[in-house]
Design a protein around this ligand. Structure first.
Ligand code: ABU
Length: 485
């Protein structure tokens, strides 16, 4: 029986068949995107009726049958994130070379907890995190670890910050007298609230600071809030600034707050999951001014850096900070090194993950193939597109841009003259209805978000294929849909 399975896994005809299937499908996906809708439809009942299966398959099927089922039920019903009219999310498809890197990482399947089982992978991961830290402008020698997602990176960074503040907590747990707090903006990512929950700090001990119309932290309010917290005997051990707000793409000002954090011995973590890619653009020195003062930074390669989900760099000026503040005490896995050379440590000592995938490989393929020059060109072109869209919205009589954009994320409202006497709630409902109807058509996928008390359309403009004509098409579609409501 086992021999039969092995034979099925590895026989040359099947390998050829699988390769041919992959080749046909990737050509269809990457070359025919413009002839397809973003998604065929989004009727929930249809998906459940087509895909939900109560029991696992008892017997295997032929490859042809499996391919056919995948193609008709999963591939054809999936959202095409590479389509220029997919504007819904901060991840928007990935070039084939990086997808190939992801597949090859799965094929090699090294367990990245130990160097001996993943010698090349461990060094490539260290290289990638060094490159990312240096592009951001972190101090020389900075590097880190790749983790699956910005939320996890934020949680690990705040764990390190908590243990740096009080190195007894890891062992003894929190006491009532600790009074630990994190300071961040009222518009920071929900993973910070989850971190306060998971770290035992308590979400009520997340101290929030007011923001401007682009959801960026108000520095004056930060100072007032910090001083009030100190007077109330709160022990603020970490500050999280957002470099690329999820609703607006706004960028918190770094330098002044970083200098205060240094003075007050508060760990400064930058959640640059989205906005880290500004480091590839002409806006770097202006928008990321002070970044070298951060104690930790996270940056998602699967957002505006185009690798497939997920690969987040969690970076520190001194990567050993991770090792000293996390516990990887597993004698069966991590053995005392016989010969130590920098970069050959067990990566598992620097992360809470034991099973650790070779996610750096998809970034390696991307970077080696296109180089910093082309990646920068792509990033800059998305800033240009966002500015063009802002101008287009400003020139119309019926649309209003919600703010002046600083990164490729543009929110706007549809406010034709005839809505003049409608309430905010009525206009909110129209926005939701318009979006829902366009979404159901599957032609365009864009988002909606609450901003400053009302709903705004939200478009993420990172897809390298999206043009200003696509965005004109979106505005026309909104106008037509409004007429048909
Ligand atoms: N991690 C935030 C992702 C939000 C979005 O994809 O739009």
């Amino acid at each position: 029986m086992f021999g039969y399975i092995l034979n099925r896994f590895h026989n040359p005809q099947d390998i050829e068949k699988i390769n041919n299937f992959l080749s046909e499908l990737t050509s269809d996906y990457y070359l025919n995107f413009s002839q397809k809708q973003v998604v065929r439809e989004l009727n929930k009942k249809y998906f459940v009726d087509t895909l939900a299966e109560p029991t696992p398959p008892a017997e295997g099927k032929s490859l042809d049958e499996v391919f056919n089922e995948f193609k008709t039920k999963i591939y054809d019903l999936s959202v095409r994130t590479w389509n220029p009219l997919f504007l819904n999310q901060m991840s928007a498809g990935s070039p084939l070379i990086s997808v190939a890197g992801d597949m090859l990482a799965s094929m090699l399947n090294p367990t990245l907890s130990t160097w001996e089982a993943a010698p090349a992978a461990a060094i490539i991961e260290r290289n990638i995190t060094k490159w990312m830290a240096s592009v951001l402008g972190m101090p020389e020698g900075s590097s880190g670890i790749i983790v699956p997602g910005g939320s996890l990176a934020n949680i690990v960074a705040l764990t390190v910050a908590r243990n740096k503040y009080n190195n007894k907590i890891a062992e003894n747990g929190l006491t009532e007298n600790d009074n630990l707090c994190i300071i961040t903006s009222e518009a920071s990512h929900y993973s910070i609230k989850n971190a306060a929950n998971l770290l035992g700090i308590g979400t009520k001990n997340l101290i929030t600071v007011k923001t401007n119309e682009r959801n960026e932290i108000l520095v004056d309010d930060f100072i007032i809030t910090l001083n009030a917290a100190k007077q109330n005997k709160k022990n603020i051990f970490a500050c999280v600034l957002i470099i690329g707000n999820t609703v607006t793409g706004g960028i918190d000002s770094i330098r002044e707050i970083a200098e205060i954090c240094k003075r007050e011995k508060i760990h400064l973590h930058l959640d640059a999951a989205f906005g880290g890619s500004l480091a590839f653009t002409s806006q770097k020195s202006y928008l990321l001014d002070g970044i070298e003062l951060a104690d930790s930074i996270c940056w998602d390669s699967h957002k505006w850096f185009y690798s497939p989900l997920t690969a987040t760099a969690l970076l520190f000026p001194d990567v050993e900070t991770l090792k000293t503040n996390l516990n990887s005490d597993a004698d069966y896995l991590f053995h005392q090194p016989y010969d130590s050379i920098d970069g050959t440590e067990d990566p598992g000592l620097y992360t809470i993950l034991c099973g650790k995938k070779f996610d750096a490989l998809k970034i390696w393929f991307l970077w080696k193939t296109y180089g910093t020059a082309s990646i920068s060109e792509a990033a800059e072109s998305r800033l240009d597109l966002t500015r063009q869209f802002y101008n287009l919205l400003s020139e119309t009589e019926d649309f209003v841009p919600s703010y002046n954009p600083v990164s490729p994320l543009m929110c706007f409202k549809f406010l034709p003259e005839k809505y003049k006497y409608l309430s905010i709630q009525e206009i909110d409902k129209i926005h939701k209805d318009i979006r829902e109807r366009i979404k159901k058509s599957g032609e365009i996928l864009f988002n909606i978000a609450l901003l400053n008390g009302s709903y705004h359309f939200r478009t993420v403009l990172i897809n390298p294929l999206t043009t200003i004509d696509d965005l004109r098409f979106l505005l026309d579609k909104i106008r037509q849909t409004d007429k048909s409501l």
